[in-house]
Write a protein that binds this ligand. Structure first.
Ligand SMILES: [Fe+2]
Ligand SMILES: [Fe+2]
Length: 230
């Protein structure tokens, strides 16, 4: 138990991505704020470390989904995976969730003011994510690939550190909006009287934010770490 407590959240998730859902259940950040030890995170958020460790251990023993070892993946493959899985997911779902959020805010905003805030936060995420992914796909990722393939170190923006730090900063920003949505939606629990659009909105937001956290984790804790180590 002690070894697990001394590991950082990011390390545990990097070793086994299926543990991400457990940290999410305890509202612990594994993507932007994953650099602290599990013991410290429990202390900071008033969580009983024994409960968390028990959940983590039972997850490690019962997971029947093959664990993808992103940590061991080649950088070029990891970049293609991020673009084809996570960027594609965002592009495919951004619009439909926005429509649900606008509709729910319009119809239920008066008696559930939090859905108006949720819609506004979601629009902020969408407005940030689109140019963010364009920068990754158009500038940062091709530069990383060029660096690896040709050992090209001449970039118009100096070194890779600048754009990486900028991406990390933008991750923090969208991550903060996402955490606010989790809080406002009471962890995606629709009220009993919710209509189907309301339920669909919370279901899709839950899926979207899960995907977002995993996406940010892969970039911050795995891809950028690997690039910095080159
Ligand atoms: Fe990305
Ligand atoms: Fe990113």
């Amino acid at each position: 138990m002690d070894t697990l407590l001394n590991k950082t959240i990011a390390e545990v998730v990097s070793d086994n991505i299926s543990t991400a859902s457990i940290f999410k259940k305890y509202n612990l950040d594994f993507c932007c704020g994953g650099g602290i030890s599990i013991a410290k995170a429990c202390q900071k958020h008033g969580i009983n470390p024994t409960d968390l460790v028990k959940d983590l251990e039972s997850n490690l023993h019962t997971s029947d989904v093959p664990n993808l070892n992103f940590k061991d993946w080649d950088i070029l493959f990891l970049i293609d995976y991020i673009v084809n899985v996570h960027h594609k997911y965002v592009s495919d779902n951004l619009e439909v969730i926005s429509e649900f959020a606008q509709k729910v805010a319009k119809v239920h905003g008066q008696h559930s003011p939090e859905v108006v805030e949720i819609a506004a936060l979601y629009e902020k995420i969408a407005a940030d994510l689109v140019p963010h992914m364009q920068k990754e796909e158009g500038i940062l990722f091709p530069s990383i690939k060029a660096f690896i393939e040709n050992k090209n170190t001449e970039f118009p923006f100096g070194s890779l550190e600048g754009p990486i730090a900028m991406m990390e900063f933008e991750h923090e920003e969208v991550g903060a909006y996402a955490k606010e949505i989790i809080k406002l939606s009471n962890n995606f629990a629709p009220p009993e009287w919710a209509c189907n659009t309301y339920k669909a909105l919370y279901f899709k937001l839950d899926e979207f934010i899960n995907d977002l956290f995993q996406h940010i984790h892969l970039e911050n804790n795995i891809l950028f770490n690997k690039v910095r180590a080159l």
